[in-house]
Design a protein around this ligand. Structure first.
Ligand code: TRP
Length: 365
């Protein structure tokens, strides 16, 4: 890899445990579409990680099954184009299990226990001493996801950084112990703070289905309006004339994430930019309703084309399954190549090694 310019390959994905919301959209989907359209990447793989979703949903296989198609609908309606990005379903690539099995030899239990994301998730799920082994080892399986496609670049949220770190360690170990056949991936993070961690409409740290504070990509225009109108703002801003605070004010956090210069010309021409709007709010004299209406206009402008596209796609679900099937098949070919490299490096490729067979016969001659 040193001398030749490495071709850039993306792999990323989501667990299909629910419909995607505008936190996913602004935190990762828009960026994937930009990366796809940049033409800088030789290949792009987007994985619906159903097997990983099952590691903590053993009792809910139907939920995972239903959400595979919801996530696929969300992907394509946001602009992921199956002609340019390979959309695949994790469980349909058995090579990933084989890779995981061998990678497990390269990771200690202590190292997995130290993985901050796993630690945190174990706590959140109250697993305590009843952690499923499959859940505990999912960082290893995620390393298989990434390396199977020789991904150089993994666009993710910062909660996934420990996974990339763990993958890099596995790659390093494998390449040192055996042969350098695996590619060390790099994470690609979202820089805009508000986009990276969009709070829920109630101002709580994160959008999450269980908190009921999400705006979904599939929400109707009415839902979006209602949710924004009841959004958490500044509890001290009781009258329009009161000075308002921006800190923790969800409406302004959303504006930081979604508002662009041209939105002012279209929806709020009295102001030139977000700084001016913020300054007025802080001074007093700007009401929440006016700011919320502005945000509603922006969100409808962004979400309407996605909704329209989703409606179209919903008319032909069999075609969508066909896309996922073809993507999974194409992905499987790639993963099979990597697995062959891995088995060769690990010296477990008995039947394709004529030299081995010859040498063994020599021994008994
Ligand atoms: N762990 C990721 C999530 O919870 C999903 C995922 C599975 C993933 N395999 C991946 C992300 C590989 C990036 C690369 O959202």
């Amino acid at each position: 890899m040193e001398n030749k310019e490495q071709e850039k390959i993306i792999l990323t994905g989501d667990r299909p445990t629910g419909r995607l919301h505008i936190g996913h959209y602004v935190g990762s989907l828009v960026r994937r579409v930009e990366l796809q359209n940049s033409g800088e990447y030789k290949k792009i793989f987007i994985m619906i990680a159903d097997a990983q979703a099952l590691t903590d949903n053993i009792e809910n296989p139907e939920k995972v099954r239903q959400n595979v198609i919801e996530v696929a609908l969300d992907y394509i309606s946001c602009g992921l184009d199956p002609a340019r990005s390979t959309l695949l379903i994790q469980s349909q690539i058995p090579e990933l299990c084989e890779l995981s099995f061998y990678y497990m030899d390269l990771v200690t239990v202590a190292r997995l226990q130290r993985n901050p994301t796993v630690k945190n998730e174990i706590q959140m799920r109250n697993f305590e001493s009843s952690i499923p082994v499959g859940f505990f080892t999912y960082p290893v399986s995620q390393a298989a996801d990434i390396t199977a496609f020789k991904a150089t670049t993994v666009p993710v949220g910062d909660d996934q950084l420990p996974m990339i770190e763990q993958t890099r360690e596995i790659v390093h170990k494998f390449n040192t112990v055996y042969e350098p056949v695996l590619v060390e991936p790099e994470a690609l993070l979202q820089e805009n703070e508000a986009r990276r961690r969009l709070p829920g409409t109630d101002g709580k740290a994160k959008m999450s289905k269980s908190l009921g504070n999400c705006i979904y990509l599939a929400d109707t225009a009415d839902d979006v309006r209602t949710k924004i109108m009841s959004m958490y703002t500044d509890p001290l801003h009781l009258q329009v004339s009161d000075p308002g605070h921006l800190e923790g004010n969800t409406v302004f956090t959303y504006l930081d994430a979604f508002c662009r210069q041209e939105h002012f010309g279209r929806y709020l021409p009295d102001y030139t930019d977000l700084d001016e709007l913020k300054a007025h709010y802080q001074r007093g004299g700007l009401g929440d309703v006016k700011v919320k209406r502005f945000l509603i206009n922006i969100m409808q402008e962004i979400l309407e084309p996605i909704r329209v596209r989703r409606k179209e796609l919903e008319q032909d679900i069999p075609a969508l399954y066909e896309i996922l099937k073809r993507g999974s098949e194409a992905a499987r070919e790639e993963a099979a190549e990597t697995l062959a490299d891995v088995k060769r490096a690990m010296r477990i490729n008995y039947f394709e090694d004529a030299e081995l067979i010859r040498a063994q016969s020599e021994k008994y001659r």
